[in-house]
Design a binder for this molecule. Structure first.
Ligand code: MG
Length: 314
């Protein structure tokens, strides 16, 4: 089923919300029929969004001109995606438990698979910093069962946020302080890294469902971990930051929008559990939302933050 939703989908908690999301904005359901959508990435060169349907081991594609199609199947049980500074797609793969890069000819290049000789758990979500380094989370969700990967024991015995330097080929632990790290995003000035902790997803009681903020020091070290926002209902799976530093996070009831000072500005209500989102379209003013079986989009007045390469030698 596709089409525009009937009831008002905006839950305005603060006037500032309407500076980001126009009062008449309505999410459109673009595509449906997936088992669990995740990991959307906007590919400007092709004018399309790629996203995962993890249990069906598919990478899906949607464009305004061509609609929906299967881009890759099998797809290594891909989860999160992002673009590197050259516009290539970086992928988290549960299946082979690694970070990969999609080449223009369709081949897949492995970037990071092991830490200290041990296999990664199941990379979940990924971002690229303006210095080209690749930061990703590695919780166990892809090895707990055969639904979103292959059931296996953790070799690392812990869940890290990693930083990978593709020039040096060096993989380092950015932090071990987040119990089960899931989504992540930098603030526009890259002084902050937000990481969600979704350990509640696995437990009937207790567990975390919040976003942690870290100070990024020297471009590579994380310090001063503090809870930025508790997300209810549901969990903060994936999220993105707009050009003003507002956090657009997945939640059980839709997309929740938090100002940089952690004030809840409002919500875009979605009738399915949301997993993630990405800013797309020519001006990055359209928010694509992966939610359970479907892909949605809503047109905003704010736009996504863009990672620009650091000046060479600067
Ligand atoms: Mg995730």
């Amino acid at each position: 089923m596709t089409g525009q939703l009937e009831c008002s989908p905006l839950d305005v908690r603060h006037d500032g919300f309407l500076d980001l999301v126009p009062r008449g904005a309505r999410p459109r359901r673009l595509m449906s029929g997936a088992a669990w959508t995740e990991g959307p990435v906007w590919v400007p060169e092709g004018d399309y969004v790629l996203f995962s349907d993890i249990p069906n081991d598919r990478l899906l594609r949607w464009s305004e001109s061509q609609g929906g199609s299967v881009a890759l199947q099998p797809a290594g049980f891909m989860n999160g995606h992002t673009l590197d500074l050259d516009g290539r797609v970086i992928c988290c793969e549960h299946g082979e438990r690694r970070i990969t890069r999609l080449e223009p000819d369709g081949s897949v290049v492995a970037l990071a698979e092991r830490y200290g000789g041990r296999r990664l758990n199941s990379p979940n979500d990924v971002v690229v910093k303006s210095d080209g380094t690749i930061w990703f989370t590695d919780p166990p969700y892809g090895i707990l069962s055969d639904r979103e990967g292959h059931k296996a024991e953790s070799e690392l015995g812990d869940n890290y946020v990693f930083r990978f330097d593709p020039v040096e080929g060096e993989l380092t632990v950015a932090t071990d302080l987040v119990e089960e790290p899931n989504g992540l995003a930098f603030s526009p000035d890259e002084q902050l890294l937000y990481v969600s902790d979704t350990s509640a997803a696995l437990r009937s009681e207790g567990g975390n469902h919040h976003i942690v903020a870290f100070d990024v020091q020297g471009g590579r070290y994380l310090a001063n971990a503090r809870v930025f926002a508790e997300i209810t209902p549901g969990i903060p799976d994936g999220f993105r930051v707009d050009v003003h530093g507002n956090v657009f996070t997945s939640a059980g009831d839709g997309i929740q929008v938090f100002a940089p000072d952690a004030k809840l500005l409002g919500k875009i209500l979605i009738p399915e559990t949301v997993s993630n989102c990405v800013f797309g379209g020519p001006d990055l003013t359209r928010l694509y939302i992966t939610a359970t079986s479907s892909l949605y989009a809503i047109d905003l007045t704010t736009q996504g933050a863009v990672r620009r390469p650091l000046e060479k030698g600067g």
